[in-house]
Design a protein around this ligand. Structure first.
Ligand SMILES: Cc1cc2nc3c(=O)[nH]c(=O)nc-3n(C[C@H](O)[C@H](O)[C@H](O)COP(=O)(O)OP(=O)(O)OC[C@H]3O[C@@H](n4cnc5c(N)ncnc54)[C@H](O)[C@@H]3O)c2cc1C
Length: 465
């Protein structure tokens, strides 16, 4: 028998977009139902994305530190060669994921959001049927928030299965592959490729563009390229991957030459696409913008009271964008006057070293003579040297308007610079000028001093260079 439910707000997808929308709806007293068909609340980010990847990256960093100590010793510390039982590492990572799944469930419960586990299929814009373990539930709602997220892009000649894996499987391998080929040199492929290199795999990266992380400017990505070179990661740039068989991946090099790369696993990370199929989106009368659901500045779709947030709505496909949109949509439904108009959505690559970018970059201001660009190297920052983070070519860059010194963009590359990302976003969001950063007493010794010095340098009076 089909159970029927009526609710004020129906949310499909419990990723960072959907579950945050759910919690905020609950806080605002809106009767809310959240449906998710995945294995655990939290969506891609929590289960097979941001969190598990950073756990594996962390474990790989620990392994590398011990391996370095064993290979000749650093800082006067020596150690025996490390060994890894990747199954145990993955169990540890899964434990973190389970803890966070439980945390999201508790927060939704506290906000009085009704959670239904199952796959939703829409019959029309405001009605969906959810197949649950206990039968079907038909839900009608006044407002619908679509937050179905995204999934890895599969290459037709390299379908997922067996030794051809996506990031999802790469986060749960039972042993470190001897030879790993990563197809796609974007941030997901590089983060995982670097982690597996640290864990001892021989890693090759095949990238169609002429450099890694092509969405970032070259100066920012050079320290990462240097790390890859120093650590023996084979880079095949301007190269195309082909089929895989008999433990070999066919590649066509930049010069059109055929090449075969040996691989125990081929990790395909050529992008993610919005999850728009298989759940009745076509029955909702919602307009599309290319592959994404079209939204306006309030995350409203073309259908009245149908909203969409997160990866489903376009780039940047980042967790914090989805959660900010989800929070806003809940407030709009509750009657608040809101638009989604951030000055910046900072992006971080958790590579080695890390990269942060917020606001305008050098490519955006190329040829303009009304801006100042100033760079300060971590090599001149005491804290960076004291934590072995000063010798990889890292820096902080400030881009500001010449006329009024308004900060337009901030970037950094270096170890641990992800921690500077929020301070960058805050400065941009608050419309800071160079004098605001220069006049803020920065704690010593910290990596953030490089931001202070870059701003001072833009004003013509850096102290430590
Ligand atoms: C390896 C990896 C690392 C990443 N690292 C970062 C990072 O460091 N920082 C960052 O900001 N972003 C990162 N991301 C991206 C981030 O995970 C996504 O931007 C984010 O998860 C998008 O959230 P979302 O709510 O839009 O969708 P998702 O998290 O994809 O959630 C969608 C949910 O909807 C459910 N669903 C879909 N259709 C239906 C249906 N019909 N019925 C019921 N349920 C349905 C799915 O089961 C899923 O749980 C990473 C991604 C990957 C893959």
């Amino acid at each position: 028998m089909t159970q029927t439910l009526k609710t004020k707000v129906l949310i499909i997808g419990a990723g960072t977009g959907g579950y945050v929308a759910g919690i905020r709806c609950g806080q605002l007293g809106l009767d809310t139902v959240l449906v998710d068909g995945g294995d655990g609340l939290g969506g891609t980010c929590l289960n097979v994305g941001c969190i598990p990847s950073k756990a594996i990256i962390h474990a790989a960093g620990k392994f590398e530190t011990v391996a370095r100590a064993a290979g000749g010793g650093t800082l006067g510390i020596t150690a025996a060669a490390p060994a890894i039982d990747l199954k145990q590492t993955v169990e540890w990572k899964d434990g973190i994921v389970r803890k966070l799944n439980g945390g999201v469930a508790a927060l939704l419960k506290k906000a009085r959001v009704k959670v239904i586990k199952g796959w939703a299929n829409f019959e029309d814009a405001k009605t969906c049927v959810v197949k649950t373990d206990d039968g079907e539930v038909r839900i009608t709602a006044e407002h619908v928030i679509l937050a179905t997220g995204s999934e890895p892009v599969e290459l037709p000649f390299l379908p997922f299965g067996g030794d051809v894996i996506s990031s999802t499987e790469a986060l749960s391998l039972s042993e470190v592959p001897k030879k790993l080929v990563v197809v796609g040199g974007g941030y997901i492929g590089l983060e995982l490729g670097i982690a597996y290199r640290k864990l001892g795999a021989e890693v090759a990266i095949v990238e169609m563009a002429e450099r890694i992380l092509p969405l970032y400017d070259k100066a920012l990505t050079d320290p990462v390229a240097k790390w890859l070179e120093k650590h023996g990661v084979e880079l095949h740039l301007g190269a195309r991957a082909g089929g895989f068989g008999g433990g070999r991946l066919n590649v066509t090099t930049m010069d059109g030459e055929p090449l075969q790369l040996e691989a125990d696993k081929v990790l395909v990370t050529v992008g993610r696409r919005p999850r728009t199929q298989g759940w009745g989106l076509e029955n909702m009368g919602v307009a599309m913008a290319g592959p994404f659901v079209k939204i306006d500045q309030r995350c409203a779709t073309s259908m009245k009271n149908v909203w969409a947030v997160g990866d489903l709505t376009g780039e940047p496909m980042l967790a914090h964008k989805g959660s900010a949109q989800g929070e806003m949509v809940a407030e709009i439904i509750a009657g608040h006057d809101r638009v989604f108009d951030p000055v910046t959505i900072a992006a971080v690559c958790f590579t080695e070293p890390e990269i942060v970018s917020a606001g305008l970059g050098p490519n955006d201001v190329e040829g303009r003579d009304d801006v100042i660009q100033s760079v300060f190297p971590f090599a001149a920052i005491g804290r960076a040297l004291a934590i072995e983070a000063g010798e990889d070519g890292g820096f902080v860059r400030v881009i500001a308007s010449k006329a009024d010194h308004r900060i337009l963009g901030l970037q950094a590359v270096g170890q641990h610079v992800s921690e500077l990302s929020n301070s960058f976003a805050q400065m941009l969001e608050m419309g800071a000028v160079l004098e605001d950063v220069a006049g803020t007493i920065h704690v010593h010794p910290t990596l953030g001093e490089a931001f202070h010095e870059a701003s001072l340098r833009a004003l013509g009076h850096a102290i430590h260079i």
